[in-house]
Design a protein around this ligand. Structure first.
Ligand SMILES: [Zn+2]
Length: 567
């Protein structure tokens, strides 16, 4: 009888459009034993090995204060000074929520306190490590503007750089509960308001030719935090029309564009769309996601060659070049995917998330010792290089220290009455509104299934993802040992509505097939997958001493520039 009823409900829910869902607070999800927990521990070690005073030095220097330590080198001393400090603050905030580690919390609060000192010394809300930044921003305010992709008035992507400290302050407040960070973020936003007040829309759009991270997203966040409309207006002013307008019309004009410049702008479009009546901006974001994932993404979930979107009818550069998908792009695609999922719970969003998380993000960290990869070459038999803690100060180290600190974020989601099980990552969730906990245990993906155990009593619908990679009719479900009929299709969710009791156990069997996946341009290159996992082979084309897997602090040290094998 019960099996019958559940089967009927599954049918209804797998087809129904959904209401908005929410993530659980990161602090309410704890990882269990798996490669993700290992990666988190490795990241924590890397974070604590970075010297906060060296990362803070550019902010203090630019405020006219004496740094306690010299800056790091590499990108931290060649114009992008301070970008890593912003990422670092985000990473500490995420890690503090994910682990509760008191040393991480202490480190995060120290970084905020030192930044506060610099901001107060600046006196006008400004906070940044850009060399000569204050004079440069005075020129911008006066309307003196020369911008191209990578610079404004000769400064290396200054808004991109500042976006990192905006995001760091937001995250220190949002994930780390630091109230000073919130006040500092609002002050920094007010500084941007005053700075751009006298600029026409045309001048602002000229400025936005240069990579500017997710400035529109973070300003929309400040609008949500404060309820003050002026920040939403500023977020709209910071929305790059040259990208937005074609997307609004459903036109795909991405070929040739710097890929990771675009993705954060689109995250901002989605964010503004969520917080306002700009449905067109949400549609633009969904269209962008679809076109990038369906036409520009390779098997590991990454995109772009030499940081740029290439012709989507020709993936030969993806095979030839050693600069394959950049890790930052996938970090940002996952952010966008998560937001789109929350507004519409399509299985395709979670399927992409899983693919990119396991095959690109998790694999971008050097196991055990730590270190991060920038490019993941798709060139057969090529290799990657990893950062060293005191040397590589690239963007992908910045996004990397964040990625491995937030694996708990998307495993589950919920709406009022339903729990979504998106990912099969061992973990424990505290669902405070319902007064229950859930634990997921498995050896996935080495074992093709998962077990979910309920601790506490509550009525809700458990919606378990039916991955696209499980064949129709092959997913099997048992509740407390009793098989249930599953009518849901691959790429959807199946729902079990129940008054759950302490000790209830759900076993999900997820049979994996081994299969080939062709390059998106249908050229003669294939990836081999087993379930969601892209397989690789251990090869040894050259004696290892010819290759250096550790990047040095050279400006282009992040590229694996050693010998290539013949195709
Ligand atoms: Zn990067």
């Amino acid at each position: 009888m019960r099996a019958h009823r559940i089967a009927a409900l599954c049918l209804i829910w797998s087809a129904a459009a959904a209401q908005a869902a929410e993530l659980f607070p990161l602090r309410d999800v704890r990882l269990g034993p798996s490669p993700f927990l290992d990666a988190q521990a490795t990241d924590l070690h890397y974070l604590m090995a970075m010297d906060p005073d060296r990362l803070l030095a550019p902010f203090l220097r630019e405020a006219g204060l004496q740094p306690k330590q010299p800056s790091y080198g590499n990108w931290e001393s060649s114009g992008l000074d301070g970008h890593m400090g912003g990422h670092y603050l985000s990473a500490l905030a995420l890690m503090s929520a994910s682990t509760g580690d008191p040393d991480v919390v202490k480190r995060m609060n120290y970084v905020v306190a030192e930044l506060k000192r610099a901001q107060e010394e600046n006196g006008d809300g400004y906070l940044g490590g850009i060399p000569g930044g204050r004079a440069a921003w005075r020129d911008v305010a006066a309307g003196k503007l020369h911008a191209d992709n990578f610079s404004v008035n000769g400064k290396w992507v200054p808004w991109y750089n500042l976006h990192k400290i905006y995001a760091g302050l937001r995250d220190a407040w949002r994930y780390g509960g630091n109230e000073d960070a919130r006040v500092m973020l609002v002050a920094l936003s007010d500084w941007a308001l005053r700075l751009t007040n006298g600029l026409s829309d045309e001048q602002t759009q000229t400025m936005l030719k240069s990579e500017h991270g997710g400035m529109n997203e973070v300003l929309a966040d400040v609008y949500q935090m404060t309820g003050d409309r002026k920040y939403l207006d500023l977020a709209l002013k910071f929305s790059h029309q040259a990208l937005l307008q074609p997307l609004q019309k459903g036109e795909e004009k991405l070929t040739g564009l710097h890929a990771n410049t675009q993705i954060p702008k689109v995250i901002g479009f989605q964010r503004i769309g969520e917080l306002s009546d700009r449905k067109d901006m949400r549609q633009a974001a969904a269209f962008f996601w679809q076109t990038v994932v369906e036409h520009r993404t390779v098997a590991i979930g990454g995109n772009s060659v030499k940081e740029h979107f290439h012709d989507d009818r020709d993936f030969s550069p993806m095979i030839d070049e050693v600069e394959g998908p950049e890790t930052c792009n996938t970090y940002n695609m996952l952010k966008l995917t998560e937001m789109l999922f929350l507004s519409q719970q399509q299985g395709s969003y979670a399927d992409y998330y899983e693919r990119a998380l396991y095959n690109h993000i998790l694999g971008s960290q050097r196991p055990q010792t730590g270190g991060f990869a920038y490019f993941t070459p798709m060139r057969p038999n090529h290799y990657r290089v990893y950062s060293q803690v005191d040397q590589g100060m690239w963007c992908c180290v910045g996004s990397g220290i964040e990625s491995h600190a937030k694996y708990g974020e998307f495993i589950y989601a919920h709406d009022k009455d339903a729990l979504f099980v998106n990912l099969f990552i061992p973990s424990t969730l505290a669902w405070r509104e319902k007064g229950i906990a859930l634990t997921q245990t498995n050896g996935f993906p080495d074992q093709a299934g998962t077990r979910i155990t309920v601790d506490g009593d509550a009525r809700f619908t458990m919606k378990i993802r039916y991955p696209a990679w499980v064949a129709p009719g092959q997913l099997q479900l048992r509740v407390n040992g009793r098989a249930l009929k599953v009518d849901a299709r691959p790429g959807t969710y199946l729902g079990i509505e129940r008054a759950w009791r302490k000790g209830d156990r759900v076993d999900v069997s997820l049979p994996m097939r081994t299969r080939l996946e062709q390059m998106p341009d249908k050229s003669n290159y294939y990836a081999v997958l087993h379930g969601p996992i892209v397989l690789a082979a251990k090869t040894n084309p050259f004696p290892a001493e010819h290759l250096n897997f550790l990047a040095d602090d050279a400006r282009m040290g992040h590229i694996a520039q050693g010998r290539v094998c013949p195709l």
